[in-house]
Design a protein around this ligand. Structure first.
Ligand code: AMP
Ligand code: GLY
Length: 421
């Protein structure tokens, strides 16, 4: 197939890498891709979605896969479908599950899907009144997309009220904060689950755990994610069943009733409290770096899964996973997540090490290719992935690979997967 992938991160790289390893030979295109995807296919620079859809039509692209939420919320799927193209991802209407926290919370309430008690409002008085009924900590969320920064966990009522005022006045997140969700704090452990959906049927992938904070022991500021592992032993059959019956099935049925059938990846941020799963958030795309560790665990065809999902034929296939574990360690640049860093050349040791060759690889994100040399030029630069028969083995291998990667200012957590070890 000719496959176009939208996005420029390690998530998109990992999808492309998995597809490149299939027996069937595919031709890959990226928009915009990064300095490493150009070794797997052709990077395009067509920012306008209508023009991109025309390009896809003229060049007989068989399947388009959308990585990040931005283009989905902007309606790229609707534009491609209007031209009769096959594209994997939710419509603009369905992408509201991630694009608007207010939409998501109201949807969950309407269909009785477990989530934290909340109020959604544009009124400061109502928000304050509800805040007064909660015990601390208190969670305050801006309605719209804020690049992962729109959630404040306030330690005191005053801190919560300050966050509410700053959001509603437009000071902290502009229009994305003109409505807020205030909710009770759920105290438990967090999981990421991913369901690949075709509107009707779905395939649930192995549950993963992400590490959102910058520093070891979950300290420091929030990031897009500094590492992940899967499958996590914190999920047993019973919990998978609860998530299927209480969250995924009612979500797919509910979205059909809302005339926005959900196609694409439903990423469920789950908090498990006393053995019961609650929906923290939905994203309408793969997690990054979760995708980078799930792709190498898939033993059946990745491209076929996306194609069947995009053509409403998921029920025809069986998706298979290896019995192994994968651990991904993110390497970020010096000033991440605060500001840009000076581009730094990436040097990879070129000592042959059988274990590293066989059981690890790198998925590239913020890199550019200049005169044949790879430079770190983004926040999250790359992810070292290790695969093994145990989480510990996969983790040790991922870190072996990290030891072979050098660039000025590189930073990484050294405790990825600690929850499971
Ligand atoms: P969200 O973008 O809604 O997933 O929120 C970002 C992070 O904030 C989550 O991954 C959780 O760690 C935390 N969080 C969000 N909502 C809650 C809640 N109600 N209780 C506890 N932690 C939460
Ligand atoms: N790793 C979390 C996310 O992609 O939002």
């Amino acid at each position: 197939m000719k496959i176009l992938i939208l996005g420029n991160g390690a998530r998109e790289y990992s999808i492309a890498r998995a597809i490149s390893k299939e027996q069937e030979v595919h031709e890959l295109f990226f928009m915009p891709g990064n300095g490493a995807t150009s070794s797997l296919g052709t990077n395009l620079n067509i920012k306008d979605y209508n023009k991109l859809a025309e390009y896809a039509k003229e060049n007989n692209i068989d399947l388009t896969i959308v990585g990040p939420e931005g283009p989905l919320v902007d309606g790229v799927v609707d534009i491609f479908k209007a031209k009769g193209l096959v594209i994997f991802g939710p419509s603009k209407a369905a992408a509201q599950l991630e694009g608007s926290k207010v939409y998501m919370k109201n949807f969950l309430a309407k269909y009785n899907i477990p989530t934290a008690a909340y109020i959604e409002t544009a009124s400061i008085e109502d928000a304050f009144r509800f805040t007064n009924t909660l015990t601390t900590p208190i969670v305050v969320k801006a309605d719209g997309l804020c690049g992962g920064k729109g959630v404040i966990i306030a330690k005191t009522h005053d801190e919560a009220k300050k966050a509410i005022s700053e959001m509603l006045s437009g000071k902290s997140f502009g229009d994305a904060g003109r409505k807020v969700v205030v909710e009770e704090f759920l105290d438990g452990y967090e999981l990421s689950m991913f369901a690949v959906c075709d509107g009707e049927d779905y395939i649930l992938l192995p549950a993963a755990q992400d590490h959102k904070r910058l520093l070891n022991n979950d300290e420091g500021p929030n990031t897009g994610g500094m590492g992940a592992y899967a499958p996590t032993p914190l999920v047993d059959y019973e919990l998978y069943q609860k998530v299927r019956e209480r969250i995924i099935r009612p979500t797919l049925d509910g979205m059909k009733k809302e005339n926005a059938p959900f196609e694409g990846v439903l990423f469920i941020g789950i908090m498990v409290v006393k053995g019961e799963p609650y929906t923290l958030e939905f994203n309408v795309r793969f997690g990054d770096p979760e995708c980078e560790i799930l792709m190498p665990l898939m033993t059946s065809s990745v491209s076929d899964m996306f194609y069947k999902a995009a053509t409403k034929r998921l029920s025809e296939i069986k998706v298979e996973f290896s019995k192994q574990y994968a651990v991904g360690v993110v390497m970020a640049s010096a000033n991440y997540p605060y500001s840009n860093s000076t581009p730094a050349e990436i040097i990879l040791d070129n000592v042959y090490h059988e274990e590293i060759e066989k059981y690890t690889h790198i998925s590239y994100a913020g890199v550019s290719l200049i005169d044949g040399l790879l430079y770190a030029d983004g926040g999250r630069v790359l992810v070292c992935v290790g695969v093994g028969d145990t989480i510990k083995e996969a983790r040790d291998r991922a870190y072996l690979r990290c030891g072979q990667v050098h660039f000025a200012g590189k930073k990484l957590r050294t405790d990825i997967a600690y929850q499971a070890l």
